[in-house]
Design a protein around this ligand. Sequence first.
Ligand code: RAT
Ligand code: ZN
Length: 434
Amino acid sequence: MNREAIRSTVAKIVNDQPITDIHTHLYTPKFGTPDPNPTKVDMSGLLLWGVDELLTYHYLVAEVYRVVPATKLPYEQFWKMTKTQQADHIWKNLFVERSPIGEACRGVLTTLTKLGLDPSDRDLVRMRKWFAQQDPSKYIDKVMEIANVDSLTMTNPVFDDNERNRWLADPSVGTDPRFKAVLRIDPILRAWPNAAAKMSQWGYNVTEEVSQKTIEEARRFLRDWLDRQKAIYMAVSLPPDWRYPANPADSIARAGQTMLEEVVLHVARERKLPFAMMIGSRLQVNPGLRDGGDMLGLSDVLSVVNLCRKFEQNKFLVTMLARENQHELCVAARKFGNLMVFGCWWFLNNPSLIDEIERMRFELLGTSFIPQHSDARVLDQLVYKWDHSRRIIAEVLTDKYADMETAGWPVREEDVKRDVRHLFRDNFHEFLSR
Ligand code: RAT
Ligand code: ZN
């Protein structure tokens, strides 16, 4: 095949391959959609969708504060505004008064365009009317079809009261064939004393001092929640300074280490479930921005290596937030078959970085990794996150197949189909069932 033929073949196959999205913040309709005029914000419905949610994505909240600073619009004032007012503010400042060339802005445009709306008429009122006519459950099907996603993996933080109460009130909230649950357990590993206080209120006999009884009760807690959620893996997000083994002088980190070794990895092995670690988020450097207030830092790949070596019966899904960690993480994955590298996470989900990271991964790992996840917080974002990533992955793959052919191995359509199926679906499913 000549280069142009390779390009068009790869582009078509990449577009046609349904994707299993391994990490999102999307929910089944039974988790409810937010009340447009919330009284109790914390108990608001969890499935976000529509143009106002797209515009008030936390990436865009952070960006609008670059141009209308907090000295002009104090954070508390922004958060008191209705969702519509917040969306109007972001639309005016990031789309109308400046060109929306940033990735998160471009994402809104791609999404609206692919949904069949024309953002260039700049008419938010018309777009709101269109979204108001959609039925959430049917709309999920429509978005999944446009994004060509076959399965959505939720993130289900068990220490979040809103989320927890919904599971307790009706465990069938999780039963929708389009979605799979993931048990997210950050406080157990990041702040054991706080987690222990909550778990003991919930009827688990655990204490801040990690005794054998505490370990058994914490295992019982995880088993109960895995059963309730039918979760397909467990997950945590960790700060850049997370280390394994932990610093012996840091008692909270030491407790976290025991919980990791004796509880999380123990139960993960028992259930044959992967444990996902998203490493490198430095939380709330600017709390005024709420979800938009986190940043990143350089993490320690050797800690991941230490874990993969010591717990060879466990399966680790790992992504890191700093660009500077990507090469070392990739090399670590060459050493450990129980380490599955995934995604271009959050601040890495930008075209130039995706291009560089996937290129390097293909060179070092062949097709044995999971190139991307959407991290969508708003249902409609699936459309742009996957459209943008598919385009780049197809370009990078085109180069790699062309180089392979030059080296004497002809590109065959059925081989490309098989490879792309591995990347977008089967690598994940095979890792789960391993
Ligand atoms: O990407 C994001 O939206 C972040 O706010 C986080 O949710 C992150 O992906 C996480 O799962 O912790
Ligand atoms: Zn996430």
